[in-house]
Design a protein around this ligand. Structure first.
Ligand code: C2E
Ligand code: CA
Length: 518
């Protein structure tokens, strides 16, 4: 029942992870597509906005100098002339006029108004010295029209911003806003989304809101632009891109599913194959010599198992060991490895002549299984040549582990803590566990010659281990430079491809004879 549940859980896990990965890619690709399409146009929009702003600033200057030149609220030919010149020079302003006691007394087009025309009370937003209003009623020939106006002292002018010289793209909306007393008001464009905050010059904010991808930018604190991209419309209008995106997403989805399903199938298949075929014949052993930096010789090795699947493919433990545990076959494997190691060492006349380490599962110790196996397979005089390697991070119950380790040590078996530094291993536990060896994980040795921060820890670990009277073994030594450094740091033994890859028992024997003769 536990197994069925597990397989079921695995399936859900694969399904969820595939969906999550696919969704991630979908979002990534849509965002990337949008981003690239938008980026290609955004520079143009930004430059055009900047130019529009320059025009506006120049216009404001024109109305300011007009008021400076003609401080009196009156309409003379000279004022009318000045206003007409101003209109000619302005970029976006037209129909300049003079206001006196809420009455428009003359304009550039209509000349002196007689009688003067009252102007409806207008709520001019306060924008520094120049005031702005939106959709104010302006009398135009026969009827009133809504227009934007600006006002400086007694001069006012209508404002008509010329459209930005940009290609019209339906899915992009642009809005240029000015901050007045009543908040942001749009002076140009069709974007209904108003800026979320007044910003500093060039400050750009990106956000998503209700299906829009929005980019805000401010030319100065009071003048900001909003460009919003209607994502659905983008996908609808840019069919080519959408099709490309969809087919790309689809291929990724298929690929993800293919990979994850295959992995899953392989796992299931290994799970079943292991149930049928975890036996003495299918398990083979290789031995990796461990070099003593104190004696400068090989008198120790680690036993590593391999498993032959039904296609006669020999697999390394990374591919099946987890499944062995999930299948509940860890005790079976440990028994096969211990029995086979002893049998091979005996057969090659190496039992008692070399120290050897076997990897076991934490459960083998805490359940007393390891103890029974040693008693069953290893004759007492050779027990002191065996070390059991356990990964301390996997130990759940330190107290019961402590007791079992004491019993094993009474059988003259040594204990080694494997992959030290990768899990939650700590020195407090080590002190309690009374072990013999500490194996520093290969990830610490990697790059030790280039003095990485992680490799600096090796020095620290070595010092602490010495205080606890532990022998230290460095794993994964691949270069001579690494060997020199670990030796300097006081590491006792070295294991890794620099010395030898894991080899068969026959080759191990040859290596030992060769080394001993030297
Ligand atoms: P481990 O105990 O850390 O064993 C060392 C692993 O590092 C071995 O991989 C070995 O081939 C590899 N190795 C050795 N020197 C170097 C080196 O210089 N560079 C690099 N990159 N790798 C090096 P392997 O044989 O694939 O074993 C993987 C793991 O499977 C072992 O890690 C051990 O935890 C587990 N394992 C192996 N045999 C057994 C077994 O019989 N029983 C149990 N329970 N676990 C085993
Ligand atoms: Ca090991």
């Amino acid at each position: 029942m536990k197994q069925i549940n597990h397989v079921y859980q695995q399936r859900i896990f694969w399904f969820l992870s595939t969906t999550a990965i696919s969704l991630f890619f979908v979002l990534l690709i849509i965002s990337l597509g949008l981003h690239l399409t938008w980026k290609a146009r955004s520079v143009g929009i930004y430059n055009a906005t900047q130019e529009m702003d320059n025009h506006m600033q120049a216009d404001l200057e024109i109305i300011r100098s007009l008021a400076k030149k003609h401080p009196k609220k009156e309409c003379t030919e000279s004022i009318l002339k000045s206003m007409r010149i101003a209109e000619f020079e302005a970029n976006n302003l037209y129909e300049f006029g003079v206001i006196k006691s809420n009455q428009l007394i003359c304009t550039t087009i209509q000349g002196i108004l007689s009688p003067s025309r009252p102007i409806a009370p207008i709520d001019f937003g306060n924008e520094g010295d120049v005031q702005l209003t939106y959709n104010a009623k302006v009398h135009a020939h026969k009827s009133d029209v809504a227009a934007m106006q600006i006002k400086f002292e007694h001069f006012r002018a209508l404002l008509n911003i010329t459209p930005l010289p940009l290609e019209k793209i339906e899915w992009i909306n642009i809005g240029i806003f000015t901050l007045t007393g009543s908040g942001f008001n749009r002076v140009y464009g069709n974007s209904d989304i108003i800026p979320s905050q007044a910003g500093e010059s060039m400050n750009t904010i990106n956000r998503f809101e209700k299906g829009y991808w929005i980019e805000e930018f401010c030319i100065r604190k009071t003048d900001c632009g909003v460009v919003s991209v209607d994502i659905l419309m983008f996908l609808n209008q840019e069919r080519g891109i959408s099709l490309l995106l969809i087919s790309f997403i689809f291929s990724i989805l298929m690929l993800c599913n293919y990979v994850t399903l295959n992995l899953h199938r392989k796992r299931i298949s290994y799970a079943n194959q292991l149930r049928r075929g975890l036996n003495f014949e299918r398990i083979s052993l290789v031995y990796q010599p461990i070099y003593s930096l104190n004696d400068m010789s090989y008198n120790y090795c680690e036993v590593l198992c391999r498993w032959k699947d039904e296609n006669h493919k020999v697999l390394r433990p990374d591919l099946f060991i987890e499944q062995v545990e999930l299948n509940g076959q860890s005790r079976e494997l440990t028994e096969i490895v211990i029995a086979k190691t002893i049998s091979e060492l005996k057969e090659h006349d190496l039992l008692g002549k070399i120290n050897f380490a076997v990897n076991i599962f934490p459960d083998d110790i805490s359940s007393g299984h390891a103890y029974k196996l040693i008693k069953k397979y290893l004759i007492p005089e050779f027990r002191n040549t065996l070390t059991l390697e356990i990964t301390e991070s996997e130990v759940d119950d330190i107290e019961s582990m402590m007791k079992e380790i004491i019993s094993l040590r009474q059988l003259s078996v040594k204990i080694s803590i494997d992959d030290f530094g990768t899990g939650y291993s700590n020195f407090q536990h080590l002190e309690k566990l009374h072990v013999d060896y500490l194996k520093i994980d290969k990830s610490f040795v990697k790059g030790i010659e280039s003095k990485t921060i992680r490799s600096n820890l090796v020095r620290h670990i070595a010092n602490m281990a010495r205080e606890l009277n532990l022998k230290i073994i460095a794993e994964g030594v691949e270069e001579e430079a690494q060997l020199i450094i670990i030796k300097e740091l006081g590491v006792d033994m070295s294991q890794g491809y620099f010395h030898s890859r894991p080899i068969s028992i026959g080759l191990l024997k040859k290596l030992l004879n060769f080394e001993n003769e030297l």
